[in-house]
Design a protein around this ligand. Structure first.
Ligand code: ATP
Length: 199
């Protein structure tokens, strides 16, 4: 696959979704690693039955879906369980993303990665959406009513801002208005089109 695939990462509330929505509106195909991770464990999937065989049927909800909070609790306390889950899910998630990206008809495609846990082999460039911590906090407070304490716990569990920025080929500093973000995305879109054209 010699397609240009740009990863998008950034801390909670930095504006990954705001940015990826704008690229999507410009016609760019967007895949999302978190959504793929949910898709591969849908009821009826082989992976979900493997997980239920390992952890017991009570890892499923009444409606047969994966009980994610329960699974999170188990793997938090049990490294072997965590390794089993990572090994079992890695291949299906990558296959899912590969097939979504392979069907992209846009000049380049993008892959939204959660807060940035290293370089995904599917991407050949990384875009980091960046904002100061105070702005991350105020945006998430306004968006979903989480407490500041919860937001700070998530920020602390994510890679540090400087670690994320160290992975960046491109950076969108999302510190201004919605209009300013539109302009930054439009400029970067043109840059990616040119890059693709010259490759
Ligand atoms: P998460 O990691 O939690 O999914 P995210 O990085 O995807 O967060 P968004 O959901 O895109 O972040 O942005 C967080 C909130 O801030 C949203 O409500 C969004 O509409 C708002 N927001 C993002 N950028 C701007 C901006 N430049 N101006 C005003 N509001 C913004």
């Amino acid at each position: 696959m010699n397609q240009l695939i740009i990863g998008i990462t950034g801390g909670i509330g930095s504006g990954k979704t705001a940015v990826s929505n704008r690229f999507q509106a410009l016609g760019i195909t967007i895949a999302d690693a978190d959504l793929a991770a949910r898709a591969v464990v849908q009821p009826g999937s082989k992976l979900l039955s493997d997980i239920a065989a390992k952890f017991g049927q009570n890892i499923l909800t009444d409606t047969g879906e994966l009980n994610r909070p329960k699974l999170r609790g188990i793997i938090f306390a049990d490294n072997d369980a965590r390794r089993f889950l990572e090994r079992a899910t890695h291949g299906p998630i990558m296959d899912q993303l590969r097939s979504e990206l392979a069907t992209a008809t846009s000049p380049y495609a993008m892959l939204v990665l959660s807060a940035g846990t290293g370089r995904n082999p599917l991407i050949n460039r990384m875009l980091v959406v960046d904002a100061p911590i105070e702005l991350q906090q105020s945006r998430v407070l306004a968006r979903d009513g989480s407490t500041l304490e919860t937001i700070n716990q998530i920020i602390d569990a994510q890679p540090a801002r400087h670690e994320r920025l160290a992975l960046a080929d491109d950076i969108i500093e999302n510190i201004g208005s919605e209009q300013a973000l539109d302009d930054k995305v439009a400029a970067l879109h043109q840059f990616y089109l040119d890059l693709n054209h010259h490759d």
